[in-house]
Design a protein around this ligand. Structure first.
Ligand code: PMP
Length: 284
């Protein structure tokens, strides 16, 4: 089933106008929720970020947060698979093409679920990355549909045989095309501070909480390209990549070229968060 403007419908009931501003301006925002064991993971954090994005781009929904929350629950219930994502996008709606925001446009909302497989092999072995200039705008905290700079950078990484591009702005590492990035140096986790240059990732938030619980120092101090290349451990975080070790950057090994101990500790903690039943079993 699909969520279309507040109703659960079949795919053939979705009709998008050619005048939809999402179509010609990329004028909208989105969220990707993770479904583990049939349940939405960190739902409230995703809803908070969704409403924050909506406020930033001045889109007003005709539904309250509680109503939207109930809608995504209903959509997830129709999914019927254990592991997946719920994609939700909201555009400003259809209006005659003009750069000015239309006075009366009804937002268009589309949601659907899709099965995903955890990248188990990569989580064990780590991924290969390259660094690229961060050529995006200065409002990266908004989960905007405008992802051209991200998709082009991601393709450049793929063309170079890498799974992700680590973005660098004025010598400082911001994040990746679709994930946040953290380094570990002398036992301290360091990442870029929240603000307009990065997306405040939900997985990043979970990692920060896990680090605090485990007594691992965590600093939102940011780091340079040199510090990235000199790090003991590097990992990226996202809803689908989880806590993903980075073992290669620009053809150079990170540390000894295998996932580091703090990264593995965080991976373990993360798994326990979405698999509480399995963790309880392990703990006996
Ligand atoms: N940064 C960017 C640019 C992203 O697209 C994503 C993925 N949505 C992230 C960071 C990670 O965010 P999250 O952990 O919420 O998936």
């Amino acid at each position: 089933m699909f969520l279309w403007n507040g109703r659960l419908v079949q795919e053939d009931e979705i009709q998008v106008s050619y005048l939809d501003r999402g179509y010609y301006f990329g004028d909208g925002i989105y969220e990707v929720f993770r479904i583990y064991d049939g349940k939405l993971f960190e739902k409230q954090a995703h809803l908070n970020r969704l409403f924050q994005s909506l406020r930033e781009v001045r889109i007003t929904l005709p539904w309250s947060e509680a109503e939207l929350s109930a809608m995504v629950d209903s959509l997830a219930e129709t999914f019927g698979k254990k592991d997946g994502i719920l994609y939700l996008q909201i555009t400003r709606g259809a209006a005659k093409r003009s750069h000015l925001l239309p006075e009366s446009a009804e937002p268009s909302m589309l949601g659907y679920c899709e099965e995903v497989v955890r990248p188990v092999e990569q989580l064990k072995k780590g991924i290969n990355t390259i660094t690229l200039d961060d050529e995006r705008w200065h409002k990266c905290h908004i989960k905007s549909l405008n992802l051209l700079a991200n998709t082009l950078a991601r393709q450049e990484a793929a063309d170079a045989g890498a799974e992700e591009a680590i973005l660098v702005r004025d010598g400082r590492v911001t994040e990746c095309t679709a994930s946040n990035v953290m380094i570990v140096k002398k036992g301290v986790i360091i990442t870029h501070p929240n603000g307009p240059l990065i997306l405040d990732g939900i997985t990043k938030q979970v990692v920060e909480r896990l680090a605090k619980l485990s007594g691992i120092p965590y600093r939102n101090a940011g780091f340079t390209l040199e510090e990235l290349m000199d790090a003991d451990e590097v990992f990226v975080t996202s809803t689908t990549k989880e806590v993903m070790p980075v073992t290669m950057i620009n053809g150079i090994k990170v540390g000894s070229g295998i996932p580091g101990v703090i990264t593995q500790l965080l991976q373990h903690g993360f798994e326990q968060k979405f698999k509480p039943a399995a963790a309880a079993e392990l703990l006996g």
